[in-house]
Design a binder for this molecule. Structure first.
Ligand code: GLA
Length: 384
């Protein structure tokens, strides 16, 4: 199994200007490397098949009109000719598209009016990056409407900025990069320090990626995510490094006794997760599925005990997964506090595994969990 390296500044071809078209933006699931992106570390997400679709048509005025496929959601109209302020969109999903528009306007782009009908096979609030999909989808749509383009990296960073400024979530770069750079059949090993991206092939004839939604809604805007980020920053400061990426496991072990308990546990997660991510990639290359799975279980335990971002329901899913024949590994995925677990499973046993997990989880929690098997999908794209 070989890896291909994508230049970190890879760009897209300038889109030809069009007035009616459709954009597909995938969600993402992170296989391993959790809460490491904002510590300049490694992440290994893949784009997934569930996605957001935007059917876009230009308008002769300056209104951005957003319509969703949900009957309880009224149509939204925003005058993109006026300056946009984050306060006007606080707490609403419209913060994501408006943040992107504001970012492009800051670059000097003239944003034309358009109508976008938004439909999704990707659940919101499941920790599968529906927000990043919406941001990157809108940015791509505007590129086509305007007939200009950003490089893929610029686009992902602009969308991350929209999330910081308009949604108030100080996220890392993983989600927007996964949605932008996703490649069919591959996971993306992203070095968040250098932004070097390696495409790691997944042997789909042997293993499948199973996503299990706990049914617990996850939200990053409630402050816990920002708190973890600040705690890592404090740990790095105490260790005298610019970011936790700068300190390896052996050095961390020497320095660990000088750290207060909280900073010790938070930094232990980040430093050991780095090792697990490298070991996971090696295991995938060697087709050592059980070894890869153990990295996932280790990651979950660390997120549960040291990083404290799991919840009872996710812990239960991971415990159940250990009991099923054909599951190599399982862990919570994404920001945590609810959302989904991801499992690496024997490709020939996915129906039995899904059935077992669903009925057991229902029995124990009363929640009917959504589960799905997904291939690694391509990144954001225009429909032909
Ligand atoms: C969220 C953030 C990402 C990343 C993950 C945790 O998904 O948006 O940037 O920090 O949490 O790995």
């Amino acid at each position: 199994m070989s890896e291909s390296v994508v230049a970190s500044h890879a760009g897209t071809r300038p889109p030809s200007r069009r007035s009616a078209f459709s954009v597909i933006a995938p969600g993402r699931v992170n296989l391993i490397g959790e809460h490491t992106d904002y510590n300049d570390g490694l992440v290994l997400p893949m784009a997934i098949e569930p996605h957001i679709r935007l059917d876009v048509a230009s308008r002769p005025d300056r209104w951005m009109v957003l319509e969703t496929d949900r009957s309880d959601e009224p149509e939204v109209r925003v005058d993109v000719g006026q300056p946009l302020s984050p306060h006007d969109f606080k707490g609403s999903w419209t913060a994501y598209p408006c943040g992107v528009v504001a970012g492009l306007k800051r670059l000097g782009w003239e944003i034309p009016g358009f109508h976008a009908r938004i439909s999704a096979t990707l659940p919101a609030g499941a920790g599968l990056s529906s927000s990043a999909a919406l941001e990157v989808g809108i940015a791509t749509a505007i590129e086509v409407l305007v007939g200009r383009h950003l490089s893929s990296e610029e686009k992902a960073l602009l969308c991350q900025g929209a999330e910081h400024e308009f949604a108030g979530v100080p996220c890392g770069i993983m989600d927007q990069f996964a949605v932008t750079f996703g490649k069919l059949g591959h996971a993306l090993l992203l070095d968040c320090q250098t932004r070097e991206l390696r495409q790691v092939p997944l042997a789909t004839e042997a293993v499948s990626v199973l996503v299990i939604h706990s049914g617990v809604k996850h939200s990053l805007a409630d402050g816990e995510y920002a708190k973890r980020r600040a705690e890592c920053h404090s740990a790095a400061r105490l260790l005298g490094v610019a970011s936790l990426r700068e300190i390896g496991l052996s050095e961390w072990r020497v320095r660990e006794p000088s750290l207060p308990d909280l900073e010790c546990r938070r930094s232990r997660h980040v430093v050991t997760e780095h090792e697990r991510t490298l070991a996971f990639v090696d295991a995938l290359k060697a087709r050592a599925w059980h070894a890869a799975g153990e990295c996932m279980y280790g990651s979950h335990a660390s997120l549960r005990d040291d990083y404290e971002v799991s919840c009872e329901e996710l812990d239960l899913i991971v415990e159940m997964a250990r009991e099923v024949d054909g599951v190599y590994g399982c862990r919570m995925t994404g920001g945590g506090f609810g959302g989904c677990a991801v499992a690496l499973v024997d490709a020939n046993r996915t129906p039995q595994i899904q059935q077992f997990v669903r009925s057991r989880y229902r029995e124990q929690t009363g929640i009917d969990p959504v589960t799905f098997v997904t291939k690694a999908a391509g990144g954001v794209a225009l429909l032909p």
